[in-house]
Design a protein around this ligand. Structure first.
Ligand code: SAM
Length: 285
């Protein structure tokens, strides 16, 4: 095994030196297994020269796997001690990668166009072991903020991963699935043992893959309107959409708008594809 990645001993030593005790609040479970890191990078299809964004690099376990293949990495980390140490870790373990790596110390949910404007180019791939309590909001924020992102591979809590990748008609299908489908295709790319983390988490993890659509299915204005409908429909997922969508479409016009979109007003949210929500948004204009 190459020494360019962090193993269990290095992770513990680094955490001790930085006086970091992983916190649940920030979802800090660090990967201690280089094989898992290499598997993630392989499944992500990251190659030399790719511009990658990583959320929550932590001690650098996954970061080093991405830089190892020659990619350029911009890492977004909320924890100041971890953010400050990362450049040192990269320099010490992979000096040749130091000028292909930068860290932005911020909450990923506050990442902005101003931050992105400072980068050498816009990231086209997302690779991350996401903090589990905020993984869906972070994904949604990045998809909206960085249209250049054309693929991704993220590790998330299993339950959340199955929800993101779910299609209509399944019990996991919900607003995250419908919204994620706006941007592209999602799938479960693998499962990950709890033993590859320190500390060992109380939940299972999966790898979720993303490939952007060839062409957007609608405009930004239509997306905003469509997501309003998705929110309203899934807020009352047991109700028929003729009832659940009234708050957005207006009590008197809801049935007419849904019918004009070619959809049954008696349908429930879980039966509708994102294209159906978009059709209703368009018909309601
Ligand atoms: N990538 C590392 C690994 O695989 O070992 C660490 C992954 S750990 C599950 C999640 C990381 O995300 C932690 O480093 C944590 O400090 C960071 N984090 C938590 N919330 C964040 C947020 N809102 N924005 C950016 N980073 C965050």
């Amino acid at each position: 095994m190459s020494s360019a990645l962090l193993g269990p001993v290095e992770v513990r030593e680094l955490a001790e030196r930085l006086d970091v005790s992983p916190t649940k609040k920030l979802g800090q479970n660090f990967v201690i297994d280089p094989n898992t890191v290499r598997k993630i990078v392989r499944l992500a299809g990251v190659e030399s020269g790719n511009l990658v964004i990583e959320i929550g690099p932590g001690l650098g376990s996954l970061t080093l796997g991405i830089t190892e293949v020659g990619a350029d990495v911009t890492a977004i980390e909320i924890d100041s001690r971890l953010a400050a140490e990362l450049p040192n870790t990269i320099r010490a373990m992979q000096p040749e990668a130091a000028d292909r790596f930068r860290v932005i110390h911020t909450d990923a949910l506050d990442l902005s166009a101003e931050h992105l404007a400072t980068l050498p180019g816009q990231p086209t791939a997302l690779v991350a072991n996401l903090p589990y309590n905020v993984s869906v909001p972070i994904l949604m924020h990045l998809l909206e903020l960085i249209p250049e992102l054309n693929r991704g591979l993220v590790m998330v809590q299993a339950e959340v991963g199955y929800r993101i990748a779910a299609g209509p008609g399944s019990k996991e299908y919900g607003s995250p699935s419908a919204k994620a489908a706006w941007y592209g295709e999602w799938g479960i790319a693998g499962t990950v043992s709890r033993r590859v983390f320190w500390p060992v988490p109380g939940v299972d993890s999966v790898l979720v893959s993303y490939v952007k659509r060839d062409a957007p299915i609608g405009s930004e204005t239509e997306r905003v309107r469509t997501f309003e409908l998705v929110n309203a429909a899934f807020a009352q997922r047991r109700k028929m959409i003729r009832q659940a969508l009234q708050s957005v479409l207006g009590a008197d016009r809801t049935v007419e708008i849904i019918e004009a979109a070619g959809i049954a007003p008696t349908a429930r949210a879980e039966q509708l594809h994102i294209e159906d929500f978009l059709a209703i948004a368009r018909s309601g204009r």
